[in-house]
Design a protein around this ligand. Structure first.
Ligand code: OSB
Ligand code: MG
Length: 400
């Protein structure tokens, strides 16, 4: 699989509704899309970095820099036997997993399209699970994935209850609400009061701390039978999560803290969590996600697929990865219309009344990317062949 050309775009799309986490409220999505060309075929990867270094240290600007200056020279002109070889080829570059993942995931799409098979089949074949007796890729057989929904912090508890009602009616298999100090016990109380024992979880995005005393409040959440509390404490604090997990009945799920397979090993060995959220962008792509998935499976730790408000391009990628067998809990992979109208793909991703999403069956991502919509949303584009940038447009992208 030879990669001849790398196209890098910065896009801006308005969100249908603002999305608020403990660290920010966003009204628009700003993200990079990578396109790789090889042997007359194209593969796409969406980067989950944002404008600000709030969820992670990476931003669109750092990803643009790292991809164009350091990743592109290592993949252009290289003949990879398999996309699993891309991440190791980038080993000299420390960190920058989101930048690496965008390129690596495009390579998987390219590979699967060249073989004319769905991405899910390529990913399934690369997972540790032994092949099915008939020789088929064992994990390519899940044809629908379980979908959950992530509801941001709202302006009022009434707004929250309205939102939960809307999403529950749409069929989602579990509801996650974002929390932060001051928007936690009351929010969960309101949801439980109105909706009873629905599958419910919370995500704090690292907003609590033992030092300032806010973490003490988390024990109150034990009374609500939550499926899990996601990332309550600081993103690099495995030890404190282990200590908190010993005090809590509710399982802790780690998101931000799991930056690699190695950090996952540390988290599991120290019992800092009982569940792991997998986002390929956070760990450097599909190959690392598969290793993480397989590690968790070997220790009977369930995983689910996280979301980063992706457009249809990244959303389709998430659906394919979610077909692996240890994705045993509903993920944050929801319908396109919750985020973008229109999405960059047509038809958009839809959720059925039973809260499931169909896995695309076409080659690679298996979705149709609307080039005209991509073009309209583009703020800046550059194409790299061999080691040089050949085309740049709208170079004002540092200005928002
Ligand atoms: O922590 O899972 C998170 C969105 C942006 C950044 C971080 C997170 C999220 C979400 C939204 O929870 C998931 C989605 O609907 O895509
Ligand atoms: Mg999270």
């Amino acid at each position: 699989m030879k990669i001849d050309r790398l196209e890098l775009r910065l896009l801006t799309l308005p969100l249908v509704h603002f999305f608020e986490t403990s660290f920010s409220r966003v009204h628009d999505k700003h993200f990079l899309v990578v396109r790789l060309d090889g042997d007359g075929v194209s593969g796409y990867g969406e980067c989950v970095a944002d404008r600000d270094p709030y969820y992670s240290a990476e931003t669109n600007d750092t990803a643009w820099h790292i991809i164009s200056e350091f990743i592109a020279p290592r993949v252009l002109g290289t003949d990879f036997a398999h996309p699993r070889d891309v991440f190791p080829a980038l080993k000299a570059i420390r960190g920058h997993n989101m930048a690496k993942a965008a390129v690596e995931m495009a390579a998987w799409d390219l590979y699967a399209r060249q073989r004319n098979e769905p991405l899910s089949a390529a990913l399934g074949a690369a997972s540790a699970k032994p092949p099915a007796p008939d020789g088929r890729a064992p994990n390519a057989t899940r044809d629908r994935i379980a979908s959950g929904v992530s509801i941001g912090i709202q302006d009022s508890l009434d707004d929250l209850v309205r939102k939960v009602a809307h999403e529950r009616d749409a069929g989602y298999q579990r509801i996650k609400i974002k929390i932060k100090p001051g928007w936690d016990v009351d929010a969960v109380t309101a949801v439980r009061k109105h909706f009873g024992s629905i599958p419910l979880m919370v995500d704090a995005n690292a907003a609590y701390s033992v030092e300032d005393g806010s973490a003490g409040r988390l024990a109150e959440l034990d009374a609500f039978d939550l499926m899990m509390i996601e990332q309550p404490l600081d993103y690099d604090d495995i030890l404190e999560h282990a200590s908190l997990q010993r005090r809590l009945k509710t399982p802790i799920c780690l998101d931000e803290s799991i930056k690699s397979v190695n950090t996952a090993r540390e988290a599991l060995a120290s019992r800092a969590c009982r569940i792991i959220n997998i986002k390929p962008g956070r760990v450097g792509g599909f190959a690392e996600s598969i290793r993480l998935h397989d590690l968790c499976a070997s220790q009977d730790v369930p995983v689910w697929h996280g979301g980063m408000l992706e457009s249809g391009i990244g959303r389709a990628a998430n659906i394919h990865l979610s077909t692996l067998p240890n994705f045993s809990l509903p993920g944050d992979v929801a319908a396109s219309k919750r985020y973008f109208d229109p999405d960059l793909i047509d038809p958009p991703i839809e959720v059925a009344a039973d809260g499931t999403i169909a896995v695309p069956t076409g080659a690679g991502l298996g979705v149709t990317i609307c080039e005209d919509r991509v073009e309209r949303a583009t703020v800046r584009v550059t194409a790299l062949t061999s080691h040089e940038s050949t085309k740049t447009r709208k170079p004002n992208y540092m200005v928002s």
